[in-house]
Design a protein around this ligand. Structure first.
Ligand code: MG
Ligand code: ZN
Length: 217
């Protein structure tokens, strides 16, 4: 079994090298980029729609959507006003740096200020594959339950910001926010957190301000 470890390290370091190249291309073109990760149904596409609609006047926006089989999410990002590129992963359950590199080739990067990458809905392996984006953001949601930081620590421990979506459902679901936050704090102390509802738009302004502070068009 120990023989397998070097192979995994080799694959990951190859990914990291390409991620660094992606970052360099984005920096060169002046594109601020965010990798959005979450379980299926947490609200990645909804958040992209709101973000695109609200920032379209200030930023030239592109969205890259990773999906196992369909273009539903990329179509929604495009309808909201972004230039959208679809990556069909062909069954693979996460994006990697090679996939992002190939998608970036389809964009004239100099034409954009902000890139939103929607990773494949999955709370496990997307955390292991750096894409080269400037920020990694995790979207949790109330219906998933308050125990997810404890069950998926790898996902929570290295992200740069956390969105907690669907807070409008808090009155209807047994979700102990203190227990959830304690779990997050153990893994990622002081993590910037945005409780939001894509349905009511509560909390979206704080999220949009965070993007504006980090990205300078
Ligand atoms: Mg989606
Ligand atoms: Zn995977």
């Amino acid at each position: 079994m120990p023989k397998r470890i070097p192979v995994v390290e080799k694959i990951l370091s190859a990914n990291d090298r390409i991620a660094q190249e992606n970052r360099a291309r984005l920096d060169e073109a002046g594109v601020f980029s965010i990798n959005l990760m979450a379980s299926p149904g947490a609200g990645k596409t909804s958040l992209i729609e709101h973000t695109v609609q609200r920032l379209a006047r200030q930023f030239r926006l592109a969205a890259i959507d990773g999906d196992i089989a369909t273009s539903i999410d990329a179509d929604r990002a495009a309808a909201a006003g972004a230039t959208a590129i679809q990556i069909n992963t062909g069954g693979q359950c996460h994006l990697d740096a090679v996939m992002l590199r190939d998608a970036l080739k389809q964009l004239d990067l100099i034409e954009f200020d902000l890139l939103l990458v929607e990773n494949v809905g999955n709370l496990v392996c997307p955390a292991d594959f750096e894409l080269g984006t400037h920020k990694n953001v995790l979207i949790a949601s109330i219906p998933e339950g308050d125990d997810k930081p404890y069950k998926y620590p790898g996902m929570y421990k290295d992200v740069d910001a956390l969105i907690v979506n669907k807070i409008d459902l808090l009155p209807y679901i047994a979700f102990d926010m203190d227990y959830f936050r304690r779990g997050v704090e153990l893994l990622n102390p002081g993590l910037v957190t945005f409780p939001i509802s894509c349905r009511t738009t509560e909390g979206l302004d704080e999220w949009l301000d965070w993007i504006k502070t980090n990205a300078r068009p």
